[in-house]
Design a protein around this ligand. Structure first.
Ligand code: HEM
Length: 139
């Protein structure tokens, strides 16, 4: 990574910069809604779509609120639903590398739909690899 990009990523990590750059609560909701819109359409994500409840309203809400805290903004998920450990929240699901890749593909496509800089989109996609890998619970 270039020194310039490293500096930019360091800036994103400070305080709630990520949350602000993403457009705050509204930005988190847009990303989560675009993410699930993509998941509903993409053939590659059919399997993970069917792991979800038939009505995605609450999944959209939960992901949006989770993302706010994840971007160092307000803990909107916790305020409504209480504390969340991502691993245990997914442990009832069979998530191998194919399911992880499908999730990340939906996120990549959703990120492309945001009115954000390419650098910030790349930063978010990079950051999300870590929780996605931790959630993977089988090969
Ligand atoms: C690795 C691939 C992943 C798959 C296949 C996956 C799949 C799912 C599914 C099927 C649900 C609904 C569970 C249910 O209602 O029973 C869910 C919930 C959720 N997922 Fe994921 N997920 C993945 C990764 C992630 C990542 C990386 C994040 C956050 C960065 C995330 C955040 C959430 C949240 C916040 C919920 C709601 C949890 C709750 O309130 O119970 N997921 N996920």
């Amino acid at each position: 990574m270039s020194e310039e990009l490293e500096k930019l990523f360091e800036y994103y990590r400070q305080g709630d910069n990520q949350y602000q750059i993403a457009g705050g609560e509204k930005g988190c909701y847009k990303l989560a809604n675009d993410f699930y819109d993509v998941m509903e359409k993409l053939p590659e994500s059919r399997k993970i779509l069917f792991m979800h409840p038939g009505d995605l309203t609450e999944s959209r809400e939960k992901l949006a609120r989770f993302l706010a805290g994840y971007m160092n903004g307000p803990e909107l998920y916790e305020q409504k639903y209480g504390p969340l450990a991502l691993g245990p929240a997914h442990s009832h699901l069979a998530i191998g590398s194919a399911e992880k890749d499908a999730w990340l593909l939906c996120m990549e496509k959703a990120l492309e739909m945001q009115d954000w800089s390419e650098e910030f989109k790349a930063f978010m996609l990079m950051r999300l690899q870590t929780p996605a890998s931790r959630i993977q619970n089988r090969p």
